[in-house]
Design a protein around this ligand. Sequence first.
Ligand code: V47
Length: 403
Amino acid sequence: MVSPLDDVARPPEEVRPPGAALLPEDSPHRALEEIQLPLDALEERAARCGLGGIPTKVRARERLSAADGLAMYQSPDIALLGLLADEERARRHGDVAFYNVNIHINYTNWCNKFCEFCAFQRRPGDDGAYCMSPEQIEAELAAADPAATEVHMVAGVWPALKYDYFLDILRAAKRARPDIHVKAFTMVEIDQIVKTAGKPLAEVMQELRQAGLDSMPGGGAEVFSERVRQELYPKKMSAERWIELARDIHQLGFRTNATMLYGMTETLEERVDHLERLRALQDQTGGFQAYIPLAFHPDNTGIDHLPFPSPPERLRAIAIGRLFLDNFDHIKAYWVMLGLPVAQMGLNYGANDLDGTVTQEKIYHDAGAGTPQQLHLDHLQQLIREAGRVPTERDTLYQVVAR
Ligand code: V47
């Protein structure tokens, strides 16, 4: 099956024809007032597309309700959502858009969760099944981009893997790259690691920290609906357990990210409920750094009759994330999954982060993502400039990296 993203896997020269204008390096930062439209004009347009009252709330920084969330998913006026989300992004981040230099390592595809949406999972012995040794991880990192500040390590869940294996792969990562930030293990992996260790969470997290774990990514949340879980991923942890673990881990001092996998069989109400639960948890802990909406890629999955969400729907997901999650600092347009054009457009729909240079990502590529495995730094910066933003390198904790 031809992926709708095939057309974006091109080298930078073809994305930007020679001679095409770029914003100058020293492009002045625009003041917020320069991009703000008069509120009455926004409200007049909003009233015509079921979004009445939302511009006023956004400008007053008033929290949006679940009914507002649903209205935003139902409204035909995605461009208005983009305008509002872009204003909110500009208020928080000015003209800066972040990127980072990172490496992805999916250390095993062995998995016993058998989620219908996943094209990555294998049983040991299946065609293409693998589990990387600590030595392989060390060698891969030692050979990877020396400029990388982050390694993102996530994988399947296989209970027979010993607790020491997880400590060893963290140590291997730090042996290869003592200064690299290790962002590893979704809540689903952590849940299994804790069970395997047979020790209290706090003790396990302390040992993982000592072995090299620095923070955690946002995966494994899928969509929190119990109905969808029973239908598509009944063996995966419940929403309640994901939230409980994330809360406890934040309270132990770790930062994590948050995601929502959308475009499966969830209703719009279930998407809003997911966002409400993330927002409520963030109110309690403040431990989430970024929200990353993940568009479902159907190829090679058990639900491949479903379409890949359209570009407008992918942009809508970013805009709603920015507007609804008022207590999240960062909204990430993950280009590997969105495709380069949509991710780049996402910077005008509320996203302030394009994520990274990313090498050897397997979860989306097994599910049909036609994006490249790696973006050259110049290309990433060029995409950001073309979107009208000032490319700014960050580390995992959103500190600016000065080179
Ligand atoms: O948990 C799996 C999703 C997630 C498919 O925190 C799929 O910075 C779409 O968590 N189509 C793992 N999505 C990836 C992840 C992530 C990615 C980028 C940045 C960060 C971060 C985290 O990928 C899984 C699942 O929700 N996923 N299969 C699929 N076919």
